[in-house]
Design a protein around this ligand. Structure first.
Ligand code: UGA
Length: 432
């Protein structure tokens, strides 16, 4: 099929590359000409995602994947148009849909034959209605079109694997034609296709992310009880998660969830629910628990070190999770900002996110070349992101360079007994 992907961000680029790899002719368009230049003229891609650079290169070389800043050409050339533009949070928590509206108007102006317009960006329920109204209001001819919702469930760090081997594909449609087109497009992928109405598909996306975030906040809430009683949250999570009705995924207690999706999507879901007359108290609590997790980290460091001014804290891991350089809503940023407010000195290391953090934090913190460098003269190490390379460290070496051997294990990955035997003070999240 001939496809146009509007918006070459995380979701757009992965979708474009994967759909090209499945044999389609794909144009990825974006109004950021610098990004399009980079994607057209070099083998580099603007984000860090394992395997994506190679997949983009391969499909550019075989001619199935092209990039353009000419959206008009993209619209005219394709049967199916995916909208993958950003829907950031506004100050009141609602999703900013101006990007979606702009694209809908441009589609309306240039539509010259039947088009299937697919919203892939995460949007509040009823956005498709607005897309439809906008195209109908501004189109200049009688060309027919359908709108469909096809939410994406890929995770950063395993995006290609998630796209190619999803647990399910959700398509929200209101015509047989749209359903058939999307089913044909996804026919090379072996998985269950859930067909619903469009509003159902929109709700499925927000509800899925909200449910996963709820699991995380739930286990983080339980970790409070473990802290107060001395029970071990890892054992508790295993005991809960082995019940197949609950399952073990997303039951890892830690410094709180971050990233470009959960925090933003929960806010937007709360907001749209409010607008529809339902106060989503459960999700408000999920958000509150998540904020408290980051405050808990600061209280825990105070328990280890007493006063924070002038103390040196090493932060291991800055990305919101491993295998990405993304620091959007990363717990590390909130923790660093709180520590700086307390006048602590900060030394940081992350395998991928250093450049992005440098842009945000400037010279307020010290950037180090590895975990040992970060631990130099530190009073405490905080493990914030559980990169694999942080799991096996030479603790004797860490201890020899620290001023005071203390570890706050923000992801509960270390053997606390071993660390204590080596002379470290240890604190986990719901674990001693
Ligand atoms: C999330 C969803 O998992 C994807 O299905 C969805 O497509 C995506 O949002 C999106 O809407 O675009 P992502 O944000 O890439 O994916 O990352 P996750 O792996 O879900 O992790 C989110 C946060 O939760 C991270 O900060 C992670 O450290 C935290 N987390 C995750 C925990 O604290 N505990 C857990 O047990 C699991």
């Amino acid at each position: 099929m001939r496809l146009t992907i509007v918006g070459s961000g995380y979701v757009g680029l992965v979708t474009g590359a994967c759909l090209a790899d499945l044999g389609n002719q794909v144009i990825c368009v974006d109004n950021d000409t610098e990004k399009i230049d980079l994607l057209t003229k070099s083998d580099e891609i603007p984000i860090y995602e394992p395997g994506l650079e190679e997949l983009v290169k391969k499909n550019k070389e075989n001619g199935r994947l092209t990039f353009s800043s000419d959206i008009e050409f993209g619209i005219k050339d394709s049967d199916v148009i995916f909208i993958c533009v950003g829907t950031p949070s506004r100050d009141d928590g609602s999703a900013d849909l101006t990007g979606i509206e702009k694209v809908s108007r441009i589609i309306a102006e240039h539509i010259d034959s039947y088009k299937l317009v697919v919203e892939k960006s995460t949007v509040p329920v009823e956005t498709s209605e607005w897309i439809k109204k906008t195209i109908n209001t501004f189109k200049k001819n009688g060309c027919e079109f359908d709108v469909a919702s096809n939410p994406e469930f890929l995770r950063e760090g395993s995006a290609i694997e998630d796209f190619m081997n999803p647990d399910r594909i959700v398509i929200g449609v209101e015509s047989k034609k749209a359903e058939e087109l999307l089913k044909e497009l996804y026919s090379p992928i072996e998985t269950k296709i859930v067909v619903s109405d469009i509003k159902g598909a929109e709700i499925i996306k927000h509800a899925s992310n909200s449910f996963l975030a709820t699991k995380i906040s739930f286990i983080n809430a339980i970790s409070n009880l473990c802290d107060r009683t001395g029970a071990d949250i890892n054992a508790v999570a295993e005991g809960i998660g082995l019940d197949s009705r609950i399952n073990r995924h997303f039951l890892k207690a830690g410094v709180g969830f971050g990233g470009s999706c959960f925090p933003k999507d929960i806010k937007a879901f709360i907001h749209i629910s409010e607008k529809l007359g339902y106060s989503f108290g459960l999700l408000k609590e999920v958000e509150k628990i998540n904020q408290e997790q980051k405050d808990r980290v600061i209280r825990k460091i105070e328990e280890l070190l007493w006063n924070l001014p002038e103390k040196t804290i090493a932060i291991w891991g800055l990305a919101f999770k491993p295998h990405t350089d993304d620091i959007r809503s990363a717990p590390s940023m909130d923790i660093i900002k709180s520590l700086l407010k307390e006048k602590a000195k900060i030394r940081v290391f992350d395998p991928e996110a250093m450049e992005k953090v440098r842009k945000e934090m400037g010279n307020r913190i010290v950037y180090c070349k590895d975990v040992y460098d970060a631990a130099q003269d530190a009073d405490c190490v905080i493990l914030v992101t559980e990169w694999n390379e942080f799991k096996e460290v030479d603790w004797d070496r860490v201890k020899s360079v620290m001023k005071h051997p203390a570890v706050l294990d923000g992801r509960n990955i270390y053997d606390s007994g071993k660390l204590k035997n080596l002379g470290f003070k240890y604190a986990g999240i719901g674990r001693r």
